[in-house]
Structure formats: C-alpha cells, structure tokens
Design a protein around this ligand. Structure first.
Ligand SMILES: [Zn+2]
Ligand SMILES: [Zn+2]
Length: 134
C-alpha cells in the first residue's frame, strides 16, 4: 500500500458485507488473524491483499513444509515452516531468498548462459570452417 494506514480500511471493499460472520471463528472479532511473519515484504503485502479481499484461506490444520515435509506450517500461503525459513534465510511464502543474494545468483546464471552461447557460436564457426575445406 502506498500510504496505507489503519484509518483507510473503512474505504476498502468488504467481502463479507451482509454475511453474518461467526465472530469466534479465525478472522472474526474474537480471533483476529495472526500476524504475517517469516515472509518478505512483497509476499506480506500479497497475503494482506488476499485477506482484505476474502481470498485468504485459513488453515484448519498445519500444512506440510516443502523442505522438511513436517506438518509445521501454521500460516496459510506459506510453503516453509518457520524453522526452515529461518535456517535458509528465505521467505516462507515464496521459498526464495528475499534479500539481494537472489539477484546475485540470477545475474551469475545469466552471465554463464551468455558465455555458453558465445562458446557454442565459436564451435559453430569451427565446424563451418571444417565443412568448407574439402
Ligand atoms: Zn516472499
Ligand atoms: Zn520445515
């Protein structure tokens, strides 16, 4: 959100308007949704958006962690359990490194791909040269 504040929420579209909400359920008045933790800013905003527009699925039971496969994921839209996310230093939702190091690896990957292309071009030339000498 650009300049989101608590006071702006009343202008947001209410997905449950007119629907009687069970206030003791998760997300109701007596059981507010837990804070979104262990994710990067981008994923947090995404999850908050889902909550606002009623696309957020609350977990009825812990989900499986994609890394340690333990049923330790207690926050919906998360792929990793808090322990794995912390250990790996990654975002629990995207299961990717949320810091600059991911940029570094992708740049490295791009560079290696470029040099591979160059190498294969050189090989083409060599092969072409051999073909011409008959
Ligand atoms: Zn993320
Ligand atoms: Zn885990």
């Amino acid at each position: 959100m650009m300049n989101g504040g608590r006071h702006q929420n009343k202008f947001a579209w209410k997905p449950n308007l007119g629907v009687k909400i069970n206030e003791t359920e998760v997300g109701g008045r007596f059981q507010p949704l837990s804070e979104i933790t262990g994710v990067c800013q981008r994923c947090k905003e995404q999850i908050e958006w889902k909550r606002r527009y009623g696309k957020y699925k609350t977990l009825t039971e812990p989900a499986k962690c994609q890394r340690c496969t333990k049923r330790a994921v207690r926050q919906s839209h998360h792929k990793l359990c808090p322990a794995c996310a912390k250990e790996q230093g990654v975002c629990a939702s995207a299961a990717a490194v949320s810091s600059k190091s991911s940029e570094k690896t992708s740049r490295k990957w791009r560079l290696s791909r470029r040099s591979f292309k160059r190498r294969s071009k050189m090989q083409e030339k060599e092969i072409g040269g051999v073909c011409c000498v008959r």
